[in-house]
Design a protein around this ligand. Structure first.
Ligand code: GTP
Ligand code: MG
Length: 285
């Protein structure tokens, strides 16, 4: 029995949404990975359609994390600040290339006194969204620490990172240009994709979450193909410490038995095009 809500008509993705800035993007391909498109057409996406991918949203207090989620999920905006206590979450259902796909968006508290509660929910994220206020340079500087804390609970090689500047409506064009320069530099350093949004006007909010959904979906399908490919060959077996965290248990070490000998980041394409996610495998003797 499927207990998940049906997919709304405005949550259907037939194409890969593009990045905001090519200088700081997770990848700049125009379309989904060909293996993903092919797998979706041939209904070979395995368990992806039944899974729920966890996305955590972190950042300083009052940068606008809750407003960002509410603008996307409920199309509302509250000008009054109400601190998030601990965590909250929203579920969003998408259909990507005809396959249902669910994101669980975890809204965490930025206030120091609630941080220890919130951080217990960091584990198992497939994407981390680090939010800063485009009008507050200190909140940008703090993103490094927020990311470090989130990565203590997650394997850096297996999460997609997004650096999001909020409250764009409050910046003048000149202020924005200055802040964007620093933000792009930091996004490149963190290997995160950069976005700038306004929850008040809605600017880039939908585009941003569609991009998160699409890239997370792509990474999930590639991981699923890798897993089923290994099963079909019969002589390669994947090792998990926790099967419920299927895509998050990969070792940071280079695999020694992978034929392509390359270890790309999650969702990245290799020149051989055969090994799309970092993994560890063991050839049975
Ligand atoms: N002008 C403007 N104000 C915003 C925007 N986003 C959020 N705000 C305001 O900023 C304040 C804080 O927003 P929240 O979304 O509650 O901040 P938060 O990051 O969730 O804060 P914590 O839960 O304490 O971590 C509120 O008064 C919002 O109305 C925006 O895009 N533009
Ligand atoms: Mg909040």
């Amino acid at each position: 029995m499927n207990i998940l809500a049906p997919v709304r008509r405005d949550r259907i993705l037939a194409e890969l949404p593009q990045c905001l800035r090519k200088e700081a993007a997770l990848h700049v391909h125009k379309d989904f990975h060909p293996r993903v498109t092919c797998a979706c057409q041939e209904h070979r996406t395995g368990t992806v359609g039944f899974k729920i991918s966890k996305v955590i949203v972190v950042g300083d207090l009052s940068v606008g994390k809750t407003c960002l989620i509410n603008r996307f999920c409920k199309d509302t905006f509250d000008k009054n600040y109400k601190a998030t206590i601990g965590v909250d979450f929203e579920m969003e259902r998408f259909e990507v290339l005809g396959v249902p796909f669910s994101l669980q968006l975890w809204d965490t508290a930025g206030q120091e006194r609630f941080k220890c509660i919130a951080s217990t929910y960091y584990r198992g994220a497939q994407a981390i969204i680090i939010v800063f206020n485009l009008n507050d340079v200190a909140s940008l500087e703090h993103t490094r620490q927020w990311l470090a804390d989130a990565l203590k609970e997650n394997d850096p090689a297996n999460v997609l990172l997004f650096l999001v500047g909020s409250k764009k409506d409050l910046s003048t064009p000149a202020q924005y240009v200055l802040m964007e320069k620093d933000a792009l530099k930091l996004a490149q350093e963190l290997k995160a994709e950069y976005w700038a949004v306004s929850s008040l006007t809605g600017e880039n909010v939908r585009e941003f979450f569609f991009r998160v959904a699409a890239l997370t979906f792509e990474a999930n399908v590639l991981a699923e193909l890798e897993k089923s490919g290994a099963r079909r060959i019969g002589d390669v077996v994947r090792i998990h410490s926790d099967d419920s965290n299927l895509y998050l248990t990969a070792s940071k070490k280079k695999p020694t038995c992978c034929p392509c000998k390359q270890v790309p980041r999650l969702g990245e394409r290799t020149s051989a095009g055969c090994c799309a996610v970092q993994h560890r495998c063991l050839r049975l003797l």
